[in-house]
Design a protein around this ligand. Structure first.
Ligand code: TTP
Ligand code: MG
Length: 403
């Protein structure tokens, strides 16, 4: 029995987050990115897209196309917060969720949809509840593997729901422009177009005829793409279920390459949060913390620190990762960031070693943190923080400036 794999992608995500903070922006042409000649558009509202503004476009070109464009600087901390809310929401349906980037995930809905008669109505309700909870919009693709689910969510934006069945997916995706095919990058696409390939169907035809040029251009991806275009592909959702793990790791593949410090920092913060949550769920403390970075050539680098005392708090994991980043990151464009913890100690083995002071202090600090987190949840962006965090922040900033 085929699985039901769903891909969910948030619509005009960064700009939608800005609209949530400031609803007067709704329906206006808005872009997120740096102002000025060196700036690039991260994303823009659908009103701005009508003028031809696009992600990755230089800001001066965007303002030439759309002189009334409202430009907002990126607020990665807030986007990360909203991204977490989104993933938590999807996880309220199934634990089989794989985060693919800041605004998208894959999920296995096979069990959830077992007795559902009308999947379209079901996902309309899913979208409505997501909106009620987070004020975010999303497009959804439903199929039997990750490739087709992803093509489905891309098919109709915003707020689309697209089912791609194995028996009729060809009718829907073969006529599409080659540029809309997931997995064919900006470098490969022009080389295929030079061979006269304009649509996804054209590519499928060439592959069917075993075209040697196409084989050379696609290299080791040839067979994957051949499978995809025949309606087959990976349907495994990578989610965390392992019992008694020896290490816990989590990583994010970025949707676009970046070397922007604030963005990298905020991804690390999010990953530290995830790792802490899982560490606590396992009732473990960890002594070793690892930061992994993959650059755009997929070269992976990692560095670890082993602490004297085992820990399970987010701040320490985050701080150590920032230190590691300072130590080995050389400003290259990054594709993937990962945070891991290992070298575990069971909480019950450590509790007896804690002094009463450690215990009292720990309780006090976590109560303050809980209160602050709760208050921040009611504000449009995190505005409150502990003094100790502000000092750490200042120190980190200072260290970085003096690098
Ligand atoms: P996308 O999902 O590609 O775009 P989007 O969510 O803005 O719009 P859509 O409705 O078409 O899905 O990317 C998600 C976020 O990633 C986007 O809001 C901003 C960021 N991003 C960049 O910063 N630079 C880029 O080149 C791209 C493609 C995205
Ligand atoms: Mg999106």
């Amino acid at each position: 029995m085929a699985k039901i794999i769903v891909h969910i992608d948030l619509n005009y995500f960064f700009v939608r987050c800005e609209e949530i903070k400031d609803p007067t922006l709704i329906n206006k042409p808005v872009a997120v990115g740096h102002q000025g000649r060196a700036g690039i558009v991260s994303t823009c509202s659908y009103a701005a897209r009508k003028y031809g503004v696009r992600s990755g476009m230089p800001m001066f070109q965007a303002t030439t196309l759309c002189p009334d464009l409202i430009i907002k600087p990126a607020d990665f901390d807030f986007y990360s917060l909203m991204s977490r809310e989104f993933i938590l929401y999807v996880k309220s349906y199934t634990k089989k969720v794989e985060v693919a980037s800041i605004d998208e995930c894959y999920a296995d809905f096979s069990d959830v949809l077992k007795d559902v008669k009308n999947p379209i109505e079901f996902f309309k309700d899913f979208q409505k509840k997501l909106y009620d909870k987070t004020k975010l919009y999303c497009s959804i693709g439903i199929s039997t593997n990750k490739f087709l689910a992803k093509m489905g969510s891309d098919y109709k934006k915003p707020n689309g729901i697209t089912i791609l069945r194995k028996k009729d997916f060809r009718t829907i995706i073969y006529p599409l422009d080659l540029s809309s095919m997931y997995g064919i990058g900006r470098k490969t696409s022009p080389r295929l177009i030079d061979l006269g390939i304009q649509t996804i169907g054209d590519l499928a035809n060439k592959i069917k005829n075993n075209d040697e040029d196409v084989r050379n251009i696609l290299g080791k991806f040839y067979f994957t793409i051949e499978k995809w275009l025949n309606g087959e592909g990976d349907d495994e959702i990578n989610f965390d279920e392992e019992r008694n793990p020896k290490s816990i790791q989590t990583s994010t593949t970025l949707k676009y390459d970046t070397n922007e410090y604030m963005e990298i920092r905020s991804v690390i913060k999010n990953l530290s949060k995830d790792v802490t949550y899982r560490l606590k769920k396992e009732n473990k403390l960890a002594k070793t913390i690892t930061l992994v970075i993959k650059d755009t050539d997929f070269i992976s680098k990692s560095k670890s620190i082993t602490l004297d005392k085992p820990i399970s708090d987010e701040d320490t994991i985050f701080d150590v990762c920032l230190d590691l980043l300072d130590k080995f990151y050389d400003n290259r464009l990054i594709r993937l960031i990962g945070v891991g913890v290992s070298n575990f100690v069971d909480i019950k083995d450590v509790a007896v070693q804690m002094t009463f002071y450690d215990y009292e202090e720990g309780i006090k600090q976590s109560q303050t943190k809980l209160l602050i987190n709760e208050l921040n949840r009611h504000l449009s962006k995190p505005m409150l923080f502990r003094a100790i965090d502000a000092i750490k922040e200042k120190d980190n900033g200072h260290k970085r400036r003096n690098r």
